[in-house]
Design a protein around this ligand. Structure first.
Ligand code: ATP
Ligand code: MG
Length: 412
């Protein structure tokens, strides 16, 4: 036991962990008795992401603390930018709980803010440690005095250019700029979903939305080489990697779908070909979902966005799903979806001009109001189940994770 402790001490020199970050825990705080489970998941997620960085993570009274070396700051900021379950984070100064140390830290933050163009400020002080000799109001007055008296900035409590925060906890934490992030719940508290990921704008956003509700998301992409190019597949791989940064990790299942698609073209009435393709996708999705123990299937469909997404056609696709079907974008319009795509960094990839398999085989006049029974009949008549099963067997799997991404950032 002693050996183990000594070894641990030898390996970690805590004095080099000079940089401190503070994350604001979001919706977690509303979760009552489950809060411990949620907090544990949040901390575990950040620890996993930062496994190869020199950083330590803890959570205390609604705040996530990260201490790290200077060399690990980039990795920590990348991890915090993508971490779901916090509303924002800040790089902070942690100083002793004396008024001298606090006012000096406030002065430093004030000067930094002024350099960035701020002319007015306010102090927001709170004390977790009620033994602190001054109360929040007194901290505000004294700390504000230091900037006001030496003419650095004016006070404006209603519309300040910058808010300097002072938090009295185990130490005093002082910070100004705060970065807002994805919010939501920590990934891992809401089961697992299988996302049908195409190269378009919508499906990566749909995956991200479910991650934000705490789901682990795995992906499946249907590839029809040579009708869809290697570039189209590369694009989907890039999208899977981008959303994996939020979802901790994902496995992208690439399913060879050329034979299925050719058979649909031969056997299905032309106006039903897109719908039949969707049904075949759903069949394979059922198999993968079963195989990986998924709780739901997720798509990027949005009501009325394209011909295949009328309420009748959506009902047909749904009738083939053997798992709950989540369509987080169903009631959003394109602009709202695009805004999220831009925010999470998938938009630029999604609009690259590589065709997806549905475009090449799209009928001129797709059926708009398909009927469930009629569609089932057409599906059965294609006798396509063997090919569908074969495509499932032929899938390739690629894994992406934020842990690996940070390891490569750290050169480890
Ligand atoms: P997206 O922008 O996500 O491609 P879309 O508006 O182009 O969506 P469709 O092409 O009708 O809509 O696809 C609807 C949904 O079906 C997609 O959001 C996605 O979930 C799934 N999907 C479509 N094509 C594929 C594919 N090749 N591989 C995996 N899933 C797909
Ligand atoms: Mg598409």
């Amino acid at each position: 036991m002693r050996n183990k402790e000594n070894r641990h001490k030898k390996e970690i020199d805590f004095s080099i962990y000079t940089e401190t970050y503070l994350g604001k825990v979001g919706e977690l705080t509303l979760k009552g008795s489950n809060i411990k489970t949620f907090e544990k998941q949040l901390v575990n997620n950040l620890r996993t992401a930062l496994e190869t960085a020199d950083a330590k993570v803890k959570i205390l009274t609604g705040r996530l603390y990260v201490q790290c070396t200077k060399d690990s700051c980039g990795a920590v900021e990348f991890a915090l930018d993508h971490l779901l379950g916090i509303t924002g984070w800040a790089k902070v100064q942690n100083v002793e709980k004396t008024m001298e140390a606090i006012t000096e830290a406030v002065r430093v933050e004030g000067l930094k803010a002024k350099e960035l163009g701020a002319r007015t400020f306010k102090i927001d002080a709170r004390r977790e440690d009620k033994d602190f000799p001054l109360n929040s109001y007194e901290i505000c007055i004294q700390a504000a005095g230091i900037l006001f008296d030496d003419g650095t900035m004016d006070v404006d409590v209603k519309h300040p250019d910058c808010v300097i925060n002072v938090e009295g906890r185990d130490m005093a934490y002082v910070y100004c700029a705060q970065k807002k992030t994805g919010r939501g719940l920590p990934v891992g508290v809401s089961g697992k979903g299988l996302l049908l990921l195409s190269g378009g704008i919508d499906s990566p956003v749909a995956g991200y939305r479910m991650m934000r509700r705490g789901m682990r998301v795995e992906c499946v992409y249907f590839h029809s080489y040579p009708y869809t190019s290697e570039e189209a597949q590369k694009k989907v791989q890039d999208l899977a990697k981008t959303i994996a940064m939020y979802g901790m990790e994902t496995h992208l299942n690439i399913v060879p779908f050329t034979d299925v698609q050719m058979k649909i073209k031969q056997k299905a009435p032309e106006d039903y070909s897109t719908l039949m393709l969707r049904l075949c996708m759903m069949k394979v999705a059922n198999m993968i979902a079963e195989h990986i123990g998924s709780d739901a299937i997720i798509t990027g469909e949005s009501l009325g966005q394209v011909a295949s997404q009328t309420s009748q056609n959506l009902a047909v696709t749904e009738s083939f799903a053997e798992f709950p079907l989540y369509r987080p974008l169903i009631g959003l319009d394109k602009e709202e979806i695009v805004n999220t795509a831009v925010e999470i960094g998938t938009y630029a990839t999604s609009i690259l001009p590589y065709e997806d398999c549905c475009v090449l085989f799209s009928p001129k006049h797709p059926v708009l109001r398909a009927d469930v029974a009629e569609s089932k009949k057409i599906y059965e008549a294609m006798e396509i189940d063997d090919l569908v099963a074969k495509s499932f067997e032929g899938r390739q799997i690629i894994r992406y994770s934020i842990r690996d991404e940070i390891a490569s950032m750290m050169g480890r």
